[in-house]
Design a protein around this ligand. Structure first.
Ligand code: FES
Length: 163
């Protein structure tokens, strides 16, 4: 199994310097602070929470409390390819739920999860705004439409072979 390279606490502290500078004088901005941490690392590493908690004198329980409340924050890195499978009405009636089941089975990932090789993360989302192409999934911003469960797997396998 491939492992995701992990930042050391020293790397984390270094990467957070501009963020710390920005929030040193601004209290009560936990959501923006978390958002900047996530932009820096692609997720919210535990070492980053420890560091900002210590340096900004913010209780880590408060940071974790806010981060856990909002679905946009994640504590694990996303895969190289983020797959957003539409579960809006048009896509649902065209069988997007079957695509979801097939992707979960084929890649062994639950909704919201990431494959062990860190290649794909799978998220179910509301209407992506291209219902005429239903059922639709978006892979890192590229839309793939008129999918079947088999075609969706083929599309993702083609990303894997390009990687
Ligand atoms: S319902 Fe899927 S794109 Fe609109």
């Amino acid at each position: 199994m491939k492992t995701v390279p992990k930042e050391t606490p020293k790397d984390v502290a270094k990467a957070l310097e501009p963020v710390i500078k920005r929030y040193r004088e601004k209290k009560g901005n936990t959501i923006s602070l978390l958002s900047d941490i996530q932009t820096t690392f692609g997720y919210i590493p535990e070492d980053a929470v420890d560091h900002v908690s210590r340096v900004l004198n913010l209780p880590s329980a408060e940071i974790y409390g806010v981060a856990s409340f909002y679905a946009m924050f994640r504590f694990k890195p996303e895969g190289k390819y983020v797959v957003r499978l539409c579960r809006g009405t048009a896509c649902h009636v065209q069988g997007s739920w079957l695509i979801g089941e097939q992707l979960q089975r084929h890649f062994g990932i639950p909704e919201g999860g990431t494959t062990e090789d860190n290649m794909f993360s799978l998220h179910y989302v509301a209407c992506l705004g291209c219902c005429s192409l239903a059922p639709v999934m978006m892979v890192n911003g590229t839309v793939h439409g008129r999918l079947s469960p088999e075609l969706a797997v083929e599309v993702l396998e083609s990303y894997r072979s390009k990687a």
